[in-house]
Structures are given as structure tokens and as C-alpha cells.
Ligand binder design. Sequence first.
Ligand code: C5P
Length: 221
Amino acid sequence: SKSKDFLGKKILITLGPTQEALDPVRFISNHSSGKMGLAIAEAFSKRGAEVHLIAGPIKGEIPSKFKTIHVKTADEMLEASSAVHSQMDICVFSAAVADYKPANVADQKIKKTGSSLSLSLTKNPDIALTLGKQKSQKQIHVGFALETENEKKNAKQKLSKKNFDLVVLNSLQDKGAGFQSDTNKVTIFHQSGEQKESELASKAEIAELILDQIKNVPVWI
Ligand code: C5P
């Protein structure tokens, strides 16, 4: 195994989906499993770091060695992340945050009275964008991109817009990559223009690769 090359570093990882309530019993969400975020958390922990998780609702137990705050909504995820952000050395934004939330949350269960129902949605805060504006010279931010077209162009735009040092582009072209899977295939983009493409590998192996790439970021040392 590798040395404790992240000893003493404080890491923030957002992971999982968010749930945005429509009424007391329903919500809007997505299929994010949180597995990539957890694999990154394991890798950092193994390599000596102190890992803080801001976790949306995911299946299964989260190991107690991680300092975990459980949240449901994007607003809660932003609040919890903002509260600790300035103390962190490295932030990894792996959560699949719902882009929109219901404009109004009904007090009572919505009844099926009409033949159709329109929902009004309003934009959620962008956690990575918000904290990217507050990033110090010494902090490293890592983001994810999941694109279905113009993959590389969109990934690079995300890098500059959200002030990421690295963007991890998930390949959807490859079987065995993505959301629920235990394997993944990624391309990592640096601010410098450098790129690193992985093979199809376990999420644990991809996590190690991401940590290795973080060490190539100029603010590291
Ligand atoms: O813009 P897009 O959603 O494709 O960007 C993905 C990246 O931004 C991921 O790193 C994701 O965790 C982060 N993000 C966020 N808050 C949002 C939307 C995305 O932190 N509301």
C-alpha cells in the first residue's frame, strides 16, 4: 500500500443525491449511490487524511471513521458544507445535487384530483460554484462531470466556471461506468490543460488515481 502521503490533511467530500420535498410524503431525487464519494473517502483515510462527509440519503452504513453530516436537500448540503469549508485543505464535490427543487412545498399530501398536474420548480444553489468563489490559494477543489454530449468541452467549462483544480469526467460511453456501478472509467482534466485517462477500473482504483492526480496540482506540497 501507499504511504500516508495525505497525513494531517482535512478533506471535505459531498456525496450521494439530494432529496427535494414536494409534500410531506414525496420528493424529487436521482439514482446517485454515493459509491464514488465513499471510495474517495476510503482512499484519503487510508493515506492518512481526516475525512469529513456531507452525505445525501444513500443506502448502507457509512463507516464511523468518517465525520459525517447527513443532509437531505441541496440547501442543507450547502449550509453544512459552508460551515466547515474554510477549515478544509481539499474539497471533493461528488454529490449529485438536484438542479431544481419544488417552488412550494405543500403542507398536506397533494391529491390526485386533476387529470394532469404541473409542478413549478426553482433553481437550487450550486454548492461547488458557491464555495469555489470562496476558495483560498491553499485549497484544492475537485469536481465531477457527467455529460452525454460535448463531454470534454463541457468538462473544461466546468473547470473554469466552478474554479475547480481538477474535473473528473465520467464516461457514459463505456459499459460498467457511472452511477450505480462498482466500476468506473474517467478522464481527469487539470487547470493546466493536462489530462489523464483511466482504464475501466474499480471505484477504489479510480479513487487512488484521483488522489495521485491531486498531488500534481501546483498548490500541493
Ligand atoms: O453543473 P454540473 O451539475 O454538471 O456540475 C457537476 C459538479 O458540480 C459536481 O462536482 C457536483 O457535485 C457539483 N454541483 C454542486 N451543486 C450543484 C450542482 C452541481 O456542488 N447544485
